[in-house]
Write a protein that binds this ligand. Structure first.
Ligand SMILES: [Zn+2]
Length: 248
């Protein structure tokens, strides 16, 4: 670490749980963020400011004026531009030492697997079931940790599927893919702006903890937030022995 890095990350280095070695681990790590929207904004901002060495951020969407209420990576000037590239612009200003790799294409399973193979943690900040189920399979096959988050209206949820461990349940254990699930979209139902900040910041915390092997993760747990009443539920989840992704 250079002198300016010792200063920049000094409040991490002061923590006995992180110290110099932990910050080095953060600097040498690579995170994959899927989605540069409401959740991907706080996730990537905290990862970059923490000094994560490399962030690959994927989003094929363009910034729309209706995104700006909560997608804090973007601003008036980014309207009409690709979200992944708009994210890189903002993140470069937060920390010029973090390498940001924007991906603006819609990827198939093979393309996503190729990218995910090289990362330490996958963070699902997508807004649809199709992507969530695909990322779950990819992370399971690659035995990578997956930090999953979702937010709609006033309700949010977070969990960690740590496929480095054979005991970890997966996303499908929790929500079996019935293909009939009704998708709730922010565009139709709305979403409370700070909710995505709370959920995304929690995802960033879990991702950095995984890199540091620090404390207890949300593996085998689902955190549910009702931000209207500000109540949290911490639910134990178990591996489904008949799960078609992670069992048998
Ligand atoms: Zn499973």
């Amino acid at each position: 670490m250079k002198d300016n890095q010792l200063l920049r990350y000094s409040r991490h280095i002061l923590l006995p749980e992180i110290e110099y070695e932990g910050q080095e681990k953060i600097l040498n790590s690579h995170c994959l963020v899927i989605g540069a929207g409401g959740l991907g904004s706080p996730v990537s901002i905290y990862l970059a400011s923490s000094g994560i060495g490399k962030i690959t951020i994927c989003d094929f969407d363009d910034v729309d004026i209706s995104n700006l209420q909560r997608q804090i990576l973007h601003n008036d000037k980014s309207i009409g531009t690709n979200k992944a590239f708009s994210a890189r612009k903002f993140l470069n200003k937060i920390n010029s030492e973090t390498t940001i790799i924007p991906i603006n294409k819609k990827l198939n399973i093979d393309g996503m697997t190729k990218i995910a193979k090289n990362v330490d943690v996958i963070i699902d900040c997508s807004d649809n079931f199709k992507t969530r189920y695909a990322l779950n399979k990819i992370a399971f096959n690659l035995k990578k940790p997956l930090v999953s988050g979702a937010a709609i209206k006033f309700d949010g949820q977070i969990s960690v599927f740590d496929f480095r461990k054979s005991t970890s349940p997966c996303y499908e254990c929790l929500f079996p893919d019935s293909k009939s699930e009704v998708e709730l979209r922010c565009a139709d139902h709305g979403v409370f702006s700070p909710l995505v900040g709370i959920i995304g910041s929690t995802q960033a915390a879990e991702a950095i903890k995984i890199i540091l092997d620090l404390g207890d993760s949300l593996m085998s747990r689902l955190l549910l937030l009702n931000s209207k009443d500000m109540t949290w539920k911490d639910i134990k989840i178990t591996k489904d022995k008949s799960c078609k992704v992670c069992s048998g």
